[in-house]
Design a protein around this ligand. Structure first.
Ligand code: FAD
Length: 482
C-alpha cells in the first residue's frame, strides 16, 4: 500500500468529466492551445471514478507502464505533486503525453469501467498533474543526478523514441548525446504537432529536464552526412540508437501534383510549426487560398486542416474510408468538426488541374465504397466506377502517410531494411552490432507512446550489452536474415 495513500471511495458512476476547451469561434482565429485542461473540481470527481483495481489493466496497457492507479489515487487525495512524482518514475514527459498520447488506444481502452460508464479520463488527469507541477515550479525528476560519467551512447534524432531512451540511459549513468538534424529538438513533437495542441514551452521544459540530468543535445547534425555511424564509434560512442522517425512523405501519385498550391503535410506543417509561417511577417510564409482540401484521415491530416482553417481557408478533409476508420486521435477529430472543418468521406483524388500560371484550381475525385479488410486492419476503399466529381480548390495538402527518411540507411548498407524501415528484433537490435533502432524508423508512421516504448526497450538492451561482455550482431527475424 502506498505510504501516502488515504482511503477514499471510488465511484465509477460519477459522470466522466468533460475537458474544457476554447470556444470554436475563438480558436478558429488563434494559435492558442485548444484544450484548457481540468480544474481541481473536475480532477477530484474524475479521480474518484477510478476503481483502483487490484490488477490494473491500464498500467499494463500503457507502453511505459506508468503506475496510473497510484498517480490517480494521489490526485483523488488532493496531492497532484505526489501524482507527478509517481509518473516521473517512468516518464519525464507528462505534459507532452497528457496532451498528445492516444490514450483511447492504450490505457483508457483497458480501463475496466470504460464499457459501461466511459473510461477514466487518464490523459486529462496526467496533464493536470503535469501542469500543476509546472505552475508550482516543482522539480520533476525524482532523486538527484550527478553528472554522468559512464560509457558514451549516441542517440540519433530527438523525437520521442530517443528522448525516452536518453532519460533511461542517463539515469543509468551513461553519457548520452542526442544528434538532431534540425535546428530544433523534439522530432514530430516540434515540427509536426501544432502549438495549439502542444504549446512549445511545455515541450521545451520537458526536454530541458533531460538537459538538467546531463543529456547533451547537438542540433543541425545529420548522422549519415555530418558524420557516419562508424565515425560516431571512432569518436568513442560505444552504442548508437537510431530514432530518425518517418519524415519522408508519401506523394499522391496523381497528375497535377507539382502545381503551385499543392503541399505535403510534412512541408506544410514544418513551415508553419517550425518556421512560424502562419505569422504575417514570416520569412517563409505559407499561403492558403479560399478553399483548402486536405487528403488523409490521420493526425497529420487533422493538424494540417486545422491550421488551414485558422489561416482563413474553407477547409475540407477528403478521406477514402469512413470516419470510423480514421487514425487520428478522437479528440482532434471532434475538435476539427467543432471548428467547422468539413469532411468528405469515401472519396479519393485522381487528378489535379491548374490555371495558366500553374496554380492548382480543381481537384477530381472518385467516390469509394468499403470492401474487404486489408493489411491495415481496416475495410479497404474500393473505387466506384463512373462516380468521378470535381471541386474547386486553391490549396491541396497531401497527408497520406510517411516513410522513414533514408539518409542514414543509404550510407550504411550494413543496416538491413525492409521497405525503407530498419529491421530490428524485440530488443531493438539492428543487423549491426551495438546499433539499435526504434520508433517510426522501424514502424513507419506510429504513435508517440509506441516510439517511447521502443526507445525504452533499446535503452534496456544497450545497458545489458554495455554492462556485459562484447555484443555480437543481433538475431533478426528469419525472413530478413542474410
Ligand atoms: P520523430 O518524432 O519523427 O523524430 C525523429 C527525429 O530524427 C526528427 O527530429 C528528425 O529531424 C531526426 N532525424 C532524422 N534523420 C536524422 C539523421 N540522419 N540525423 C539526425 N537526426 C535525424 N502520435 C501520437 O501519439 N499522438 C499525436 O497526436 C500525433 N500527432 C501527430 C501529428 C503529426 C503531424 C505527425 C506527423 C505524427 C503524429 N503522431 C502522433 C505520430 C508521432 O508523432 C510519431 O509516431 C512519433 O513522433 C515518432 O517518434 P520518433 O522518435 O520515432 O521520430
Amino acid at each position: 500500500m502506498d505510504a501516502k495513500a488515504l482511503p477514499y471511495k471510488p465511484n465509477p458512476k460519477l459522470p466522466r468529466q468533460v475537458l474544457p476547451v476554447l470556444q470554436p469561434e475563438v480558436r478558429a482565429k488563434s494559435a492558442d492551445e485548444v484544450a484548457l485542461g481540468f480544474a481541481e473540481r473536475e480532477v477530484s470527481v474524475e479521480a474518484q471514478r477510478c476503481l483502483q483495481c487490484p490488477k490494473p489493466a491500464c498500467v499494463n496497457a500503457c507502453p511505459l507502464h506508468i503506475d496510473i492507479k497510484r498517480f490517480i489515487s494521489r490526485l483523488a487525495q488532493g496531492d497532484p505533486e505526489g501524482a507527478v512524482d509517481v509518473i516521473s518514475e517512468q516518464s519525464p514527459f507528462p505534459g507532452v503525453c497528457g496532451r498528445v498520447c492516444q490514450h483511447e488506444l492504450f490505457c483508457e481502452d483497458a480501463c475496466l469501467i470504460g464499457k459501461k460508464f466511459g473510461p477514466v479520463a487518464i490523459g486529462s488527469l496526467e496533464r493536470f498533474a503535469a501542469d500543476h507541477a509546472r505552475l508550482a515550479k516543482k522539480t520533476l525528476t525524482p532523486g538527484a543526478f550527478p553528472a554522468p560519467t559512464g560509457k558514451k551512447v549516441a542517440l540519433v534524432g530527438s523525437g520521442p523514441a530517443s528522448l525516452i531512451a536518453a532519460f533511461d540511459l542517463v539515469r543509468k549513468n551513461y553519457r548520452v548525446t542526442v544528434f538532431e538534424a534540425l535546428h530544433k529538438l523534439g522530432g514530430v513533437l516540434a515540427y509536426g504537432i501544432p502549438n495549439f495542441r502542444l504549446p512549445r514551452e511545455i515541450l521545451h521544459e520537458e526536454i530541458a529536464r533531460l538537459q538538467n540530468m546531463g543529456v547533451e543535445f547537438v542540433t543541425s547534425f545529420i548522422v549519415g552526412k555530418t558524420a557516419s555511424l562508424e565515425e560516431l564509434f571512432e569518436e568513442g560512442f560505444e552504442a548508437v540508437f537510431i530514432g530518425t522517425g518517418a519524415g519522408l512523405p508519401f506523394m499522391l501519385g496523381i497528375p497535377g501534383e507539382n502545381l503551385i498550391g499543392v503541399y505535403t503535410a510534412n512541408e506544410f506543417l514544418t513551415r508553419i510549426n517550425l518556421m512560424e509561417a502562419y505569422k504575417a511577417d514570416a520569412v517563409t510564409p505559407v499561403r492558403v487560398g479560399k478553399r483548402t482540401i486536405v487528403v488523409g484521415g490521420g493526425n497529420s491530416a487533422m493538424d494540417a486542416a486545422r491550421w488551414a482553417k485558422r489561416m482563413g481557408s474553407e477547409t475540407i478533409v477528403l478521406f477514402r474510408r469512413g470516419r470510423a476508420e480514421m487514425r487520428a486521435r478522437l479528440e482532434e477529430i471532434e475538435h476539427a468538426e467543432e471548428e467547422g472543418i468539413q469532411f468528405h468521406f469515401l472519396a479519393a483524388p485522381v487528378a489535379l488541374y491548374g490555371d495558366e500560371s500553374g496554380t492548382v484550381r480543381e481537384i477530381e475525385c472518385i467516390e469509394m465504397r468499403l470492401g474487404e479488410v486489408d493489411s491495415s486492419g481496416r475495410p479497404s476503399p474500393v473505387p466506384i466506377p463512373g462516380s468521378e466529381f470535381r471541386l474547386e480548390v486553391d490549396t491541396v495538402v497531401a497527408a497520406i502517410g510517411q516513410a522513414p527518411n533514408p539518409t542514414l540507411q543509404r550510407v550504411t548498407p550494413q543496416l538491413i531494411t525492409k521497405r525503407g524501415k530498419i529491421v530490428v528484433n524485440e530488443a531493438g537490435e539492428t543487423s549491426m552490432a551495438l546499433v539499435y533502432a526504434g520508433g517510426d524508423v522501424v514502424r513507419g508512421g506510429s504513435t508517440v507512446i509506441l516510439a517511447m516504448r521502443d526507445g525504452r526497450a533499446a535503452a534496456e538492451a544497450i545497458d545489458k550489452a554495455l554492462s556485459g561482455g562484447p555484443a555480437a550482431a543481433a538475431e533478426l527475424p528469419a525472413e530478413v536474415q542474410g
